[in-house]
Design a protein around this ligand. Structure first.
Ligand SMILES: [Zn+2]
Length: 241
């Protein structure tokens, strides 16, 4: 992945702060991001021009000029989240704020490849987007998550759908979702336990996934909780999962 340009990165930072705040003024943005007032002004002008942000009234005046509040324009962009596991597949269409606009779930057939058939997944994405009446040109891409993440599956789905696809493991995705939606508060360390067909935890430090020295920081599913417990798919016995 290429290094983000300073412009892209201040744009992403400003968008993130607006999302977390709900509504915020330009001077509030400068305070929260550490960017200069001039940079905030330039970035906001670009976001307004692209329709990602709208003006949402004015803040209470404290004597000076009333400050214009900014907020995300929810219907300006959309994304689709696809969760595949042995139990089935869940598809969610979200708007720019991360709110779920439409959602479908399909039971899986035991023994099928968890990554599924990319053509089939792409058709279900199309059906979800069409069903919600959303213009496909506003789609930013697809987030594909499964127990381990699936880079090969993501490339296949990219080809089948014509959309950008990012992939990751479901526990980290769940932790990122909690972090972005603000439901976990502003704590610097966040652990989200995901229970599906597998059991794992996503660990974030200051909003960034933490994987640990061996890449398995959240792998609590195969911690032994019963020495002579039932055999597990990993070959050990008595795993928590
Ligand atoms: Zn195990």
């Amino acid at each position: 992945m290429g290094r983000a340009t300073p412009h892209t990165s201040s744009r992403a930072t400003v968008l993130d702060v607006i999302r977390a705040a709900g509504t915020i003024s330009r001077s509030g943005l400068a305070g929260a991001t550490g960017l200069t007032a001039a940079t905030v002004s330039t970035v906001v002008r670009g976001l307004l021009a692209d329709g990602l942000v709208t003006e949402a009234g004015r803040a209470e005046s404290t004597g000076g000029k009333p400050r214009v509040l900014l907020r995300l324009a929810p219907a300006s962009r959309y994304a689709v989240g696809v969760h595949l596991d042995a139990g089935g597949a869940t598809y969610a269409l979200t708007d720019l704020t991360g709110a779920v606009v439409s959602r479908t779930a399909h039971a899986g057939s035991p023994g099928t490849r968890p990554a599924g058939d990319p053509g089939h997944t792409a058709r279900r994405v199309d059906a979800l987007v069409e069903g919600a009446g959303v213009d496909r040109r506003l789609l930013l891409g697809i987030g594909l998550v499964s127990a381990q993440g699936d880079p090969a599956g993501a490339r296949e789905l990219e080809r089948a759908s014509g959309l950008a696809v990012v992939t990751g493991d479901d526990a980290t995705a769940a932790a990122l979702g909690e972090y972005w939606s603000g439901s976990a508060g502003r704590s610097s360390v966040l652990v989200a336990v995901h229970t599906g067909a597998t059991l794992g935890a996503g660990v974030l430090v200051d909003g960034v996934p933490y994987r640990g020295a061996h890449g398995r920081a959240g792998g609590l599913g195969h911690v032994c909780v019963e020495v002579d417990g039932p055999p597990c798919g990993c070959g050990a016995r008595g795993c928590l999962e």
